[in-house]
Design a protein around this ligand. Structure first.
Ligand code: SME
Length: 160
């Protein structure tokens, strides 16, 4: 396992920061089989490297999403199917980017500081296994660059 993380400061572009981070994320989980340990370190490395308010996963457990490893302020522990941005991404089985959470009907405000959000589903045996949720204190913080690289993170998660 990698013992430390090289973090590029915000003077680097988002692409440069994700490019520097991705190989380190792969190294971080290499050789470790415990899923919770790996997810915990992935969330920590992402939070340490990028300007996120909150990043974490919610596991699908029967008819709810249940909070898993995360970094950031305390969060809601359960989200129903089709509820909020996370439950909608689960139901629709697709990535959702919300530029302004206040304009998303049914958005669940775990932190009043959150202004925009991206949620990506991860699949196991063709079913949604968990969703990766990322929140920002800035409006419209997430774009196709985040989607592209967080999709690579999803591939790492799906390989755990
Ligand atoms: N805002 C999310 C809830 C999870 S928190 O942001 C951590 C939603 O609407 O599903």
């Amino acid at each position: 396992m990698a013992e430390n993380l090289t973090v590029l400061d915000p003077t680097y572009s988002k692409t440069e920061r994700y490019e520097a981070l991705l190989p380190q994320l792969k190294a971080l989980v290499f050789g470790e089989l415990n899923i919770i340990a790996n997810l915990a370190n992935l969330m920590a490395a992402l939070k340490q490297s990028m300007d996120f308010l909150w990043i974490g996963v919610y596991f699908v457990e029967s008819d709810s999403l249940v909070l898993g490893p995360f970094q950031g302020p305390v969060a809601c522990t359960r989200i129903g199917f089709g509820k909020g941005v996370c439950g909608t991404a689960w139901k629709e089985q697709k990535v959702l980017i919300v530029d302004d959470v206040d304009s998303f009907p049914g958005h669940i405000a775990c932190s009043s500081l959150s202004k925009s959000e991206i949620v990506l589903p991860a699949f196991k045996n063709n079913k949604v296994w968990l969703v990766l949720d990322v929140d920002s204190e800035k409006l419209a913080a997430f774009d196709e660059t985040d989607q592209k690289y967080l999709d690579e993170v999803i591939k790492i998660i799906e390989s755990l």
